[in-house]
Design a protein around this ligand. Structure first.
Ligand code: ADP
Length: 308
């Protein structure tokens, strides 16, 4: 459905995307994950025909995006990192405007009505976009991408700048859309792709370093278990003790509490789980554990695990 071959982009001397190839099949929900500056937006913009590549090729259903841009773009709904919203239009005016721009042939009233319902924008339909919250603005942006009912949706950092509740809502919407769309979603947040994608492509400094099923990434994350632990005991001795514990890859002291306790971040060695051993050992020392919280693997942990 989407085919990217040897895609490369230079901005002047700067190599932003370095020989990337991958394909996405019908119905797949693929996360494009990488730190800021990795080349995600550049790739999304080339894939959607907003930017030309220095070399390489992107095609949608066999249609080359540069040779046949209008035909290929018709198949895609794109939410750029900064959605091109017009703040002095109301939601419904904007969607009608996009409808005309895309030369959509579906029944105008029914189609726009349906999008407004799917995106939960009914109460906002007559409000000026400039007056909407950031979360609702993002919904209007996604609604614009849905006009003309494309089967492929490409979202660039769809939750950036939103508050935690809005993030959950947008993820839910993406999950709903994923039932009958092929989706590529770029993000620098690991839990975001874990929450909605079947497959994860990891890009770092312009290069594709991994193309894995989400389950495999989750396994990697579990094998690189981390947790914070708060212990009541003499800080220096406790630190030494933790560092000597078998299976501990890294122990960082984080802070002290008023009660004399100390908080540590413990990174376990691959496959190790120290929680039980520490419980018994610290009880024997009579250094109580006041709290223990698992911390999800970070993008950096996954990078390290993948590039080892
Ligand atoms: P991401 O979306 O992963 O944050 P980008 O694709 O925006 O990454 O950027 C990739 C690299 O290209 C970065 O180093 C960025 O500074 C550079 N870059 C992006 N856009 C331009 C541009 N218009 N001109 C020059 N360099 C750019």
């Amino acid at each position: 459905m989407i085919q990217i071959e040897h895609l490369t982009k230079y901005y002047g001397q700067k190599l932003a995307v370095d020989d990337i190839s991958f394909s996405v099949g019908e119905g797949e929900v693929v996360g494009f994950l990488g730190p800021n500056g990795a080349g995600k937006s550049t790739t999304m913009n080339m894939l959607t025909g907003y930017l030309s590549s220095t070399s390489g090729k992107c095609s949608i259903n066999g249609i080359d995006i540069l040779e046949n841009p209008s035909e290929a773009k018709r198949l895609i709904g794109f939410l750029p990192e900064q959605p091109p919203l017009y703040y002095d239009m109301t939601t419904i005016e904007y969607l009608r405007f996009i409808y005309d721009l895309k030369r959509c042939t579906l029944n105008r009233r029914e189609h726009i009505d349906e999008i407004i319902d799917v995106m939960g924008l009914r109460e906002m339909e007559k409000r000026l976009i400039g007056q909407l919250s950031k979360g609702f603005k993002q919904r209007v942006g996604i609604a614009g991408a849905l006009v003309s009912d494309p089967r492929i949706l490409i979202f660039d950092e769809p939750t950036i700048g939103l508050d935690p509740r809005q993030i959950i809502e947008i993820r839910e919407l993406i999950r709903t859309l994923s039932k009958d769309h092929t989706i590529i979603l770029s993000t620098h947040i690991l839990p975001e792709v874990q929450a909605v994608c079947d497959r994860i492509l990891i890009i770092d400094r312009g290069r594709l370093i991994a193309d894995e099923k989400t389950d495999n990434i989750n396994t990697l994350a579990e094998e690189n278990r981390r947790f914070t632990i708060r212990i009541l005991g003499p800080k220096g001795e406790v630190t030494q003790f933790l560092r000597k514990t078998e299976g501990a890859a890294k122990v960082d002291y984080m802070s002290s509490g008023k009660d004399g306790s100390s908080l540590f971040m413990v990174q376990c060695k691959k496959g190790a789980d120290l929680r039980r051993a520490l419980f018994y050992a610290l009880a024997e020392k009579r250094w109580p554990i006041l709290e223990l919280s698992p911390v999800g693997a970070s993008l950096e942990d996954i990078f390290i695990a993948l590039t080892k």
